[in-house]
Design a protein around this ligand. Sequence first.
Ligand SMILES: CC(C)(COP(=O)(O)OP(=O)(O)OC[C@H]1O[C@@H](n2cnc3c(N)ncnc32)[C@H](O)[C@@H]1OP(=O)(O)O)[C@@H](O)C(=O)NCCC(=O)NCCS
Length: 154
Amino acid sequence: MSDANVRLLQSDDLSVLIHLENLCFNASWSETQLQKQLNGERNIGFAYLINQKVSGFVIFSTLFDEAELLQIGIDPALQGQGLAGNLLTQAHRELQTRQITRILLEVRDSNRAAISLYHRLGYQQDGIRKGYYPAEQGAAGLGREDAVLMSCNL
Ligand SMILES: CC(C)(COP(=O)(O)OP(=O)(O)OC[C@H]1O[C@@H](n2cnc3c(N)ncnc32)[C@H](O)[C@@H]1OP(=O)(O)O)[C@@H](O)C(=O)NCCC(=O)NCCS
């Protein structure tokens, strides 16, 4: 891959992924789920390295010429500096070389940082899945939250 800061995730990245996942998400994937996502036959993940340290990651599941963005996270200490954009741009390029033409994702309606990032990277909103997520702890409302469905053509 052309960018020295981005490389493919490997199965021995599991412990650092668990650490990042816990830092980034309230309701995070369990170790077993992460292991499954990391080693899934159709999955491909990318690590973002700062000073040789994995500081962000993104994991996709692929099917034929489409990929679903399953999870993306940047170390909270480094958020707001455009790192996720760099990571996703590199990941898009690599997926293109693997004949992927379209990426789909779903994101919590309240996740403004992520939605803004996806728009900037050329994703468009395709629809809303009502009450798809359990509300996060401390959120107002009746206990469910909508998912925003987005996609982009590579
Ligand atoms: C979503 C996420 C990956 C974005 O990574 P990032 O490297 O911070 O991305 P950017 O620097 O491009 O910032 C994205 C937007 O969030 C805002 N933002 C991010 N961190 C911020 C912070 N700490 N304070 C204020 N704004 C912040 C940025 O200003 C930007 O908004 P803009 O597009 O309107 O300018 C990161 O916030 C994250 O890991 N979140 C937790 C995990 C998550 O929600 N993943 C997505 C769902 S799977």
